[in-house]
Design a protein around this ligand. Sequence first.
Ligand code: MG
Length: 444
Amino acid sequence: MNRREMMKGLGVSAAAGAFGFLGSKNEAMAQTYSKATNGLAPLKITKVRAIPTNPQGQRLIVVKVETSEPGLYGLGCATFNQRATTVINAVDEFLDPFARGRDVDTIEDIWQTAYTSSYWRNGPVLNNALSGLDQALWDIKGKRANMPVYQLLGGKCRFAADCYSHSSGRDLQELEDSVEKNMARGFRHIRIQLGGYGSSHLSESADFKEQGFGLPSDTLMDARPYLKATPKMFEHIRNKFGDDLELLHDVHERIEPIDAIRLLKELEKYRPFFIEDPVSPEQIGYFRMLRQQTSVPIAMGELFNSPHEWVGLMSERLIDFIRVHISQVGGLTVARKIATLGEWFNVRSAWHGPGDVSPVGHAANVHLDLAIPNFGIQESIVFRDSTQEVFPGCPVVKNGYFHLHEGPGWGVEINEEAARKFPFPSDPGFWRPVRRRDGTSVRP
Ligand code: MG
């Protein structure tokens, strides 16, 4: 007998008795509860705690929510690599006492009340902590229903999530080799970068370092070499691999908005699938101008905090793909609403899926990918063996598609003993400053 059958077998009155609901008024309440949960007993949150682990070379944080049913718990992603220990504190010191005693089934209400429990809100630390709690409650609801979360969202719109892989190289030959490897793995969509973001290895003189400005570890990004090299990169890869391959590219802000407009116009003839983050979130006023001048599809949004930041870009149809780091915005509860908003304006999803998302978070991405009509593309990752040891049930990429490990909830578990083998590194994990050659700071 599985856990669910056992709880159903207890029956209404036994379950009500077990949870202290016996008595005329309380018994009626228990009956109502029981009908609403298909015979399952009402459950309370008993503990919320953050689990840190580093098996992927990133500071991953997963939140575990325990319930009044022995052995029933949920997992949620709360990963914020650059401020990891601050998120752990927010979970353990604030969300745990906030959530204890609350009804595990009231996900929306818990989201709304936890969101405003700090009064000031919409910051990345608190949103990530909230996501850990929120996603764990969806996991619990799926386990209680004995269904994957995508079933709770309306069921599959597709058999798996088409995804993109990453190719980069310090020169065109290295990049070409990397693209070839990804195509051989079955990918139809490949993000191409010449070196790291902004091709900063092409920059020549870090004059600021010679003058002792900033720290020696600060990085150089010169916009000119990047702006020259990027159209040549597209030209090379298009000529080499033809028109069928879908090409993506991430500008990662870093350049002046007016240069971004010129760059996208130059790239239009290579038919990119999308160009990501052409300007920083602080410069979204440029999107109208950009849209008037080029039909290159635009992806934007991974740095946004508040769901309200997307409304104007979507309703004015200024972007084509919505990038969201789902834990960064507060979890599945809010991300599925952003998806629905996009559906109304034909903006497709492209949830952020890099190494600093835990496998629980990647699973949440894919569950939502499967259930929404306006799915666009999913960023994919190769999980290390160590990550799969810590997180049994990681989603798997086959032939360029992300497949879930089908099971109740997210379908991903955690081996806490294995997690402890991969502690966080001692450095706090800042995003290293990016500077122009004279030392001026650049949005990263
Ligand atoms: Mg990006």
